[in-house]
Design a protein around this ligand. Sequence first.
Ligand SMILES: Cc1ncc(COP(=O)(O)O)c(C=O)c1O
Length: 357
Amino acid sequence: MAIQTENISIEKSTTTKINEVDFSKLDFGKVFTDHMFVCDYENGQWQAPKIMPYQAMTFEPSARVFHYGQAVFEGMKAYKDDHGKVFLFRPEQNFERINKSSERLAMPAFPENYFFEGLEALLKLDSDWIKPGLGNSLYIRPFVIATEPAISASPANTYRFMIICSPAQSYYNSPVRVLVAEQFSRSANGGVGAAKAAGNYAAQFYPTSLAQKEGFQQIIWTDADTHSFLEEAGTMNVFFRVNDKLITAPVSDRILDGITRKSIIQLAEDLGITCEVRQVKVDEIKQAAKDGSLKEVFGAGTAAVISEISAFQHKDELFEISGVGAEDSYAKLFKQTLLNIQYNVSDDAHGWRREVK
Ligand SMILES: Cc1ncc(COP(=O)(O)O)c(C=O)c1O
């Protein structure tokens, strides 16, 4: 049956896959909910948005996204509290960021009312897929692709904006070992590093696979010019704790402006923890590791919230980090503080939660 909201027509799925899903054994990003949001851009404007049953789509092989990678995306989550209320965390930041990414990829901006109406209608329809319990969530993937069938290397005239959702489980992410980049680069000055452009991720797969062969799960990227400043990891910004002070790199046109990162910087201020936002020299962190003042290194991003780093390698030197896993670690403190806000357990002094009503 089709239902019309203010702007969106909704075709409800007549069946549900939810009973086939084992929510205690979810592989991240492999199972999708019953519905998806779709909006096409044609004749210079976004057309009427639709919600429809999650399904495969067909595109011409010449669609430009397949040839030139004109594609951007976002990653956000919905959380359910113990009373069944559903919340988003700073979703306006994801909205602004996808349009910033689109602008960098010469793609049209998506309207704010369509984004939020679509997202909220989709979450209401698929609300049963959001399980309560700290750490359980629904991962939300908005994305835009160039659909115009034409293999000429220029921006497309037609696009598709979509939102798909995948249930994600609370999981304990064990500390990771990382390699500091010396040869490959993730981004360049004036490039697309600050955009969530699909190609940024594909370009990391090969160097990351080489690092994995050496026993590292991830790479910490450095500046492409000199490889002497630590920037960010594959899907996380990075924080260093030297004694009781935090340090993180400033965002730039090479580094993604992470929402978890900016929330941690604010929470550090609230908690009276000094957080320096400045360039982080590889040598400085190596020295701190040698003299014992480097207590923690952790990544921050929507998917894992906080991911502790237990060791890093630069050139031929391997450094184990002493404070990893400690009960009084900043990693644990920030993770718990963020989860409490996201799951409506604690006050929300900065108005970061947005209830989906
Ligand atoms: C390259 C990169 N850096 C950092 C982040 C963390 O950003 P956020 O905290 O907004 O998820 C992500 C994930 O979105 C990312 O892909």
